[in-house]
Design a protein around this ligand. Structure first.
Ligand SMILES: *[C@@H]1O[C@H](CO)[C@@H](O)[C@H](O)[C@H]1NC(C)=O
Ligand SMILES: *[C@@H]1O[C@H](CO)[C@@H](O)[C@H](O)[C@H]1NC(C)=O
Ligand SMILES: *[C@@H]1O[C@H](CO)[C@@H](O)[C@H](O)[C@H]1NC(C)=O
Ligand SMILES: *[C@@H]1O[C@H](CO)[C@@H](O)[C@H](O)[C@H]1NC(C)=O
Ligand SMILES: *[C@@H]1O[C@H](CO)[C@@H](O)[C@H](O)[C@H]1NC(C)=O
Length: 451
């Protein structure tokens, strides 16, 4: 479905009314792709589909000399194999599109970002053939050893009213896709395949009013990660296929995150189902969020809040951990844990000066560790409903901090069942020494209306 059609469906379909209510207004470009009719073909600006010639200068030239000079234009990369040796920043384009039907392979070694789209409004980036992709060839860096990174692939900064869809991002040398302080955005049908290592985030999001749907990520770090400031996000139908898992954070300094709704998330052999993490220097809030319909397979951690991320509470001279977590609701989660003996599947470790409140965990949030025949709950300075280690909080009383309290359960929770493994789930992550092949998008063919 095209961006504008999705927006129309959201407005019409009663079943989707929750979704549209979640957003604070329309998302996606203001102008249909059919009206962005001036074609700025990179082949006319020096690009060659020979797998050798640097496409960077041609993209920049097509943007500067064609897109910026013609309202309602499309920067077009036709099918073919291109090399990219130098990076580009495309600033302040309005009412334009970037149609990526080729495969661009990184050959340059500078850090930074291969492509930054910064500022402007009414933007659409997509592959019409659905065969367009970025090949970051991160293997060139990663095979040299752990934590050796190169550039990130795509950063979209302060762009309003945009859509990113039907594109693949393979083997980034660092993070794959970053939405940085954007608004009214829509992202769907995005496939991300990175190496089995930290530091290779899938999709990092800082947005006011974004709808994110049909995302698949393989890596060993953030799958889809919400960063601050963000509000009114609907994130759904995400498959973390050998990944780190879903996350929010790591929050440090001023934090403002609210009205995030994640649903229909599958976490297959990932580090966690969902982690919310803050550092002691944080302040501000994470509030009014819902996390619904999570299915997990063999993850080390399951549902985890940690306000002393990376053990940042140790040796604190003064504990300032001030991000207030409140009104977070978790419903319909079913999963397998592997380390319930040492890592409680529900582990809520909140701030000492600023305990979490209104953490609502549904009776349908069910974990079981078959190998240790147990599940466990661990609470630190957390209050709410549905978790056996939560202390009661009498009406009108101020929540007080408390030390870790654990409840261990040795019987299979009623209603728990091993979920069906998704077909085609990846048996292991991509080793650092292996190239990652470009593969087709797993979602159905787009129907583009005749323009
Ligand atoms: C650009 O083109 C779009 C689509 O035709 C139109 O709606 C818009 O008014 C134009 N903007 C300017 C600045 O001409
Ligand atoms: C995001 O962009 C808005 C508008 O340009 C600006 O006011 C705000 O400070 C930005 N936020 C961050 C975190 O950069
Ligand atoms: C968090 O913020 C504080 C204060 O700005 C800074 O000193 C510290 O290094 C930050 N911690 C991390 C892990 O970024
Ligand atoms: C809690 O958050 C939900 C959204 O998840 C919102 O609808 C509700 O009004 C919030 N409740 C309070 C007391 O703020
Ligand atoms: C998981 O990733 C692998 C490797 O890219 C892919 O072959 C498989 O189809 C993915 N699983 C699903 C269910 O899409």
């Amino acid at each position: 479905m095209r961006c504008s059609i999705v927006a129309a469906l959201l407005a019409l379909a009663p079943l989707l009314s929750i979704a549209s209510a979640q957003l604070s207004g329309r998302v996606g470009p203001l102008t249909s792709i059919c009206k962005k009719t001036t074609i700025c073909n990179v082949l006319d600006y020096g690009a060659k589909a020979d797998g050798v010639t640097d496409i960077g200068p041609a993209i920049l030239s097509a943007f500067t000399n064609c897109v910026l000079k013609n309202n309602a234009s499309t920067l077009y990369v036709p099918p073919g194999n291109y090399a990219m040796a130098t990076w580009v920043t495309l600033r302040n384009g309005n009412t334009w599109a970037f149609q990526m039907d080729g495969i661009i392979t990184r050959t340059g070694t500078a850090g930074g970002h291969m492509i930054i789209v910064q500022g402007g409004s009414d933007f659409e980036m997509f592959s019409k053939t659905r065969a367009g992709a970025f090949q970051g060839a991160g293997v060139d860096f990663h095979k040299q050893g752990l934590h050796i990174y190169g550039p990130r692939i795509l950063r979209i900064v302060k762009v309003a009213n945009f859509c990113l869809h039907d594109l693949g991002f393979f083997d980034s040398p660092a993070f794959h896709v970053i939405l940085d302080n954007v608004s009214n955005g829509q992202v769907y049908n995005v496939l991300i395949r990175g190496h089995d290592e930290g530091g290779l985030d899938g999709l990092d999001v800082t947005c006011n009013n974004c709808h994110i749907q049909n995302i698949q990520v393989t890596n060993r770090d953030e799958c889809v990660c919400v960063k601050s400031p963000s509000s009114n996000l609907l994130i759904e139908d995400v498959f973390c296929n050998q990944s780190g898992g879903m996350s929010m954070g790591s929050f440090n300094g001023s934090t403002a995150v609210e009205n995030v709704y994640m649903r229909n998330i599958v976490s297959y052999y990932s580090t966690q189902f969902l982690m919310i993490k803050t550092y002691p220097n944080g302040n501000g809030y994470v509030r009014n969020c819902r996390f619904e319909n999570f299915r997990g397979f063999t993850n080390a951690y399951a549902l985890q809040i940690t306000q002393y991320w990376q053990n940042s509470g140790a040796n604190l001279a003064q504990d300032l951990s001030g991000v207030q977590l409140s009104n977070l609701t978790f419903t319909n989660w079913v999963g397998v844990s592997t380390d319930a003996n040492s890592r409680a599947p529900v582990f809520l470790s909140c701030s000492t000066p600023n305990p979490c409140v209104q953490i609502n965990v549904g009776a349908d949030v069910l974990f079981w560790d078959p190998s240790h025949a147990m599940t466990a709950y661990k609470c630190v300075s957390a209050y709410g409903t549905g978790v056996p280690c939560f202390p009661a909080l009498a009406a009108g009383k101020t929540p007080a901090s408390y030390v870790a309290q654990t409840t261990t359960v040795k019987t299979v929770p009623a209603g728990w069942a091993q979920s069906t493994v998704p077909t085609g789930a990846l048996a292991s992550g991509f080793p650092l020494t292996s190239p990652i092949p470009v593969e087709p998008l797993p979602w159905p063919q787009l129907h583009f209306p005749a323009c």
